[in-house]
Write a protein that binds this ligand. Structure first.
Ligand SMILES: [Zn+2]
Ligand SMILES: [Zn+2]
Ligand SMILES: [Zn+2]
Ligand SMILES: [Zn+2]
Length: 499
């Protein structure tokens, strides 16, 4: 190779000097090498041989490997593969410069054990990737292209999406029993009204394709129930013994008297619930404890109480990160009331209904890193100041009348006077420029506070769909089809071009 290269260089020189010929790429650099030279500002035209840079900049060898050779197959290529790709001399030069064989070097650099995830782009140990089906025993190239985390993410998003479409398009768009909207979608269950029609549960069917799931919905005649209504329908013992559990003056009786009452009632329904004595006692305890500690109601919506839906109430830990063990009500129900109440106080719990719990527990909330508000600073501070100060996430206000900063004008090639600083576009740009996303060239979500479509449901839905295409698009807009020319508020459609 070296001889060939030298001859080529001589030849090129000769042609250049005598005939004014010019050869673009005498050393046969590949696309990867050109990109590499450009990125690290190497003056490749001065190299007298193809791998000269390895002599000059040995510290760039791992970088070149990781950024340009590794991604070709998304793993470390073998010597033969390198040869076929046109990098045949890379291993030789590497040995010459670093004094170790290619294989040994890769082992030292731990390339054997690492793989790049196609979705999040991280280099992760092989254990973080599932093996492809049927390749469990093979050592190389048998891993999936996405890391476990990303695969789970994608799966979750797709299931969430199917669940949403199913309820929205096929099943009436709301809870069958109470008419709740889909804010607590995470907690929604598909309930079988007719056990004899049941072919599968949601858990069994949710990973199938949408069409199959639609068929299941229709065949099994399931109904969508919000978390609250679902527990209400399925708490068997509670439903049978409701009258006793919620008896008006129950707590004026002594515990022995209550025990007698329970014994009588359970005897009456023995054939239905077997020995449900202990269960009934637990429900009564739950009523008592939630009344004592939480005024008997959900601190989120205030609507769900021990009297209208005792089964739906749950314990929520305010500071889960500080605790080693977190008890659910179910774990405490067997304990003495005093002890369970102490535990609940120690663990700093509040009471939430199932719907409120799934709304705040939704993992999609974690996607919020920070909040930037663009508007009339003085009015916002006046009206929302306290609110903003209590936000868990960093929150900034950008005044709608401020000028667009010069560096932002330059970054977005804004033509002076074409974009007014206080127009919609101007304020969108200012808002984006104030976000961390701008710094890292990432997407951010814009929400218009006075649009009738700015609902939590719409936003969550949009975010899920947008995730799928955010790699391919700089800006993703929901398009709203309006049948008439004006919307319900008598406004004309927004003309995106003008704005
Ligand atoms: Zn990943
Ligand atoms: Zn409901
Ligand atoms: Zn609630
Ligand atoms: Zn919780």
């Amino acid at each position: 190779y070296n001889v060939t290269e030298r001859i080529i260089i001589e030849l090129v020189k000769y042609l250049e000097d005598n005939y004014g010929f010019y050869i673009e790429n005498p050393l046969n650099f590949t696309k990867q090498e050109f990109e590499f030279f450009k990125k690290y500002a190497l003056e490749y035209k001065k190299f007298e041989s193809r791998w000269k840079w390895m002599d000059l900049y040995p510290h760039l060898i791992p970088i070149f490997f990781r950024e340009f050779l590794f991604p070709i197959y998304n793993r470390d290529p073998s010597v033969r593969e390198l040869y076929n790709l046109g990098f045949g001399n890379f291993p030789n030069k590497l040995k010459e410069v670093l004094g170790v064989s290619y294989g040994k070097w890769k082992e030292e650099q731990r390339y054997y054990d690492f793989k790049k995830c196609n979705r999040c782009g991280q280099f992760l140990p092989n254990e973080e990737f599932e093996k492809k089906k049927g390749f469990e025993k093979q050592k190389r190239s048998a891993y999936r292209s996405m890391c476990r985390n990303c695969r789970n993410d994608v799966k979750r998003i797709s299931i969430y999406d199917k669940k949403y479409r199913l309820i929205k398009n096929i099943l009436g768009g709301k809870c069958y029993d109470c008419g709740a909207d889909l804010t607590g979608l995470d907690g929604y269950e598909f309930h079988h009204l007719f056990q004899e029609l049941k072919t599968a549960t949601w858990r069994e069917i949710k990973e199938k394709n949408y069409e199959e799931i639609v068929e299941w919905t229709i065949h099994d005649r399931v109904i969508p129930l919000c978390g609250n209504c679902h527990v209400k329908r399925t708490a068997t013992v509670f439903l049978i013994q409701k009258e006793l559990i919620l008896l008006e003056n129950l707590f004026t009786f002594s515990s022995q008297e209550i025990d007698v009452l329970i014994a009588e009632r359970v005897e009456e329904y023995r054939d239905q619930i077997g020995s449900g004595k202990n269960q009934v006692r637990k429900w009564i305890k739950k009523r008592f404890v939630f009344l004592q500690l939480f005024f008997g109601k959900c601190v989120g919506c205030g609507k769900i109480t021990v009297y209208n839906n005792l089964p739906a109430l749950q314990l929520h830990h305010l500071f889960p990160e500080l605790l080693e063990t977190k008890h659910k009500w179910y774990d405490l129900a067997d304990l003495d009331c005093e002890i369970s109440m102490d535990t609940i106080m120690d663990e700093q719990c509040v009471a939430l209904c199932s719907n409120c719990h799934s709304a705040i527990g939704s993992r999609f909330q974690e996607l919020v890193d920070e909040i930037v508000i663009v508007g009339h600073r003085m009015l916002i501070e006046q009206h929302l100041g306290n609110f903003i100060n209590e936000f868990e996430k960093p929150c900034r206000i950008v005044n709608q009348n401020s000028k667009i900063p010069p560096d932002v004008i330059e970054c977005f090639n804004i033509i002076n006077r074409k974009v007014r600083f206080n127009s919609v576009a101007g304020n969108i740009i200012k808002g984006y420029a104030a976000s961390t996303a701008y710094k890292y060239k990432k997407h951010t979500l814009f929400v218009v506070s006075d649009s009738p479509l700015t609902t939590k449901e719409f936003i969550e839905r949009f975010v899920h769909i947008a995730q799928k295409s955010q790699d391919q698009a700089g800006i993703i807009l929901p398009v709203v089809l309006m049948n008439e020319n004006k919307d319900k508020l008598d406004r004309k459609p927004l003309k995106l071009r003008n704005d």
